[in-house]
Ligand binder design. Structure first.
Ligand SMILES: [Zn+2]
Length: 150
């Protein structure tokens, strides 16, 4: 790893630390030329998750977008931000396991609804209604474009 100060090519690792979830390793390094210290981070490279919509279009999965919709559904409910993060993390893990890189958009919503249903009825109903409405709209738009093509 090249030194950010003097650009020397070689450094030694003086400390390695894993993040609590084990996804990131931070390494403290010391330049073998100027002896200045710097930190590098190491991640597992994951291919981006793609969401496949009803009409077959694909867009990159957006973690923040899912979190936002959860936050809206759980507004003023006794659910902590930590719990919401957990739901998102669990959802992603299950989806990656089941579909690898390409996830049907429907599956994300169904999964999240499953978690919310066990957690909080109000949040569940809110999320489900927004989500189903959106699915319907998407299907509807689909039909429209289909009709136009004919
Ligand atoms: Zn250096």
């Amino acid at each position: 790893m090249r030194c950010p100060f003097c650009k020397y090519e070689d450094s030694k690792v003086i400390d390695s630390r894993s993040s609590s979830d084990g996804r990131v390793i931070r390494r403290r390094r010391e330049c073998l030329n100027c002896a200045k210290r710097f930190t590098t981070k190491e991640y597992v490279e994951e291919s981006p998750l793609m969401v496949v919509k009803v009409d077959g279009r694909r867009e990159q999965y957006d973690r923040d977008k899912l979190k936002r919709s959860l936050r809206v559904a759980c507004k003023k409910r006794p659910i902590s931000t930590g719990t919401l993060d957990e739901i998102v993390t669990k959802t992603e893990a299950v989806l990656r396991d089941k579909f690898q890189d390409e996830i049907p958009s429907r599956e994300i919503g169904e999964l999240v609804m499953g978690y919310l249903e066990q957690l909080d009825e109000v949040a569940y109903v809110r999320f489900a209604s927004v989500y189903r409405n959106f699915q319907d709209k998407e299907a509807f738009m689909n039909e429209l474009t289909g009709l136009k093509k004919k």
